[in-house]
Design a protein around this ligand. Structure first.
Ligand code: SF4
Length: 332
């Protein structure tokens, strides 16, 4: 089976219709025990210290794993990916460009997906069949999400993992489907968790995935993971076709559009406060100014860099934040 790397969520249905095994390079990087090694490869090859760790990690994975083809999202996602893609192209890796349009219009999304489809052949019937097949797995991720915020049985980390994994279905749709069905059953048979604070996690997925377990030791649980949920396409059943599905996806578009869905979920999930994670050297950190102003629940901005676990200072800030929230809620 041909392998293709992706740098973020793309219309995976197009790639699966061409029988590719799709690998989300971010997941490959962050789940590796030796994740730091990938950053070292990039820095040795000249990537600056002052650059987001995700970009360096993706580069390192491509080089180390001998990835020959990737989809580079050069519009609507990350401004650094454009330069990354140029370096990878120069190294002989075949790049298939994809862009989310700057102006969110259905006709523009359609153009981009049609252009992307043409790069691989035009198999729109098969693409829709695959979209339907993936819809069944997306529904299972929705179940895990409901088990988090309605039944209070899934942890924040499980919610994160079983939604973020839908960017590439862990490279094997059938295996992933079996895994998520088993996980759903395991969670359903648990007793509800008892944390008093309900939190939202917004922003790019964390380098420091231990944040979820750490918060749970502080009587707080993440019951909404914004971007991870978008990666799983929770409103896929409302879309009549692939164009509408990717048009409805909030992550690549402007912060005010993202905030509409975030505000809806804050109310719907009875969220007490928001953790806004930003990555060092990421342009998206600037969005915190708007986010902080627009949300009417407390918002804490934390920043991650190269480490895959929380540092002492961030832990202290999370402790102080949750203490304040528990006081405010009159828990103690
Ligand atoms: S964290 Fe920011 S800079 Fe890094 S890859 Fe994501 S969008 Fe790009």
């Amino acid at each position: 089976m041909k392998k293709i790397g992706i740098t973020t969520t793309v219309p995976i249905e197009v790639l699966l219709a061409e029988d590719y095994k799709v690998i989300d390079l971010n997941n490959e990087f962050i789940t590796s025990d030796d994740y730091h090694h990938y950053i070292d490869i990039a820095e040795k090859d000249g990537f600056p210290k002052s650059l987001c760790a995700w970009i360096k990690g993706i580069y390192g994975v491509c080089i180390e794993k001998g990835i020959k083809e990737i989809v580079g999202v050069i519009g609507g996602d990350c401004s650094n990916t454009k330069s990354l893609v140029e370096v990878l192209k120069n190294k002989g890796i075949k790049i298939y460009p994809f862009s989310y349009p700057t102006n969110r219009r259905l006709s523009l999304v359609k153009n981009e997906i049609d252009n992307f489809t043409k790069l691989f052949g035009e198999n729109s019937k098969k693409i829709e069949e695959i979209r339907k097949e993936l819809g069944e797995i997306r529904d299972l991720a929705i179940d895990i999400d409901k088990l988090t915020y309605i039944d209070n049985k899934a942890t924040g980390f499980e919610n994160h993992l079983y939604q973020i994994s839908l960017s590439d279905f862990n490279g094997d749709i059938l295996e992933f489907k079996k895994d998520i069905i088993k996980k759903r059953e395991e969670i359903e048979n648990r007793k509800p968790l008892k944390q008093n604070l309900r939190l939202a996690y917004i922003g790019v997925p964390p380098m420091t995935a231990d944040i979820y377990d750490f918060l749970e030791t502080l009587d707080a649980r993440v019951v909404y993971n914004e971007v991870q949920r978008e990666f799983a396409f929770p409103r896929h059943h409302k879309a009549k076709n692939i164009y509408e599905q990717y048009y409805d996806y909030t992550y690549p578009y402007d912060v005010m559009f993202r905030l509409e869905e975030i505000k809806k979920q804050i109310t719907h999930r009875k969220i007490d406060a928001v953790i806004h994670y930003t990555q060092s050297f990421c342009h998206k950190a600037i969005e915190h100014i708007v986010i902080n102003k627009e949300l009417d629940v407390p918002v804490l901005n934390i920043e991650g860099d190269k480490l895959n676990e929380l540092d002492a200072r961030t832990k202290l800030r999370l402790e102080a934040f949750t203490d304040m929230l528990l006081d405010r809620k009159g828990v103690y």
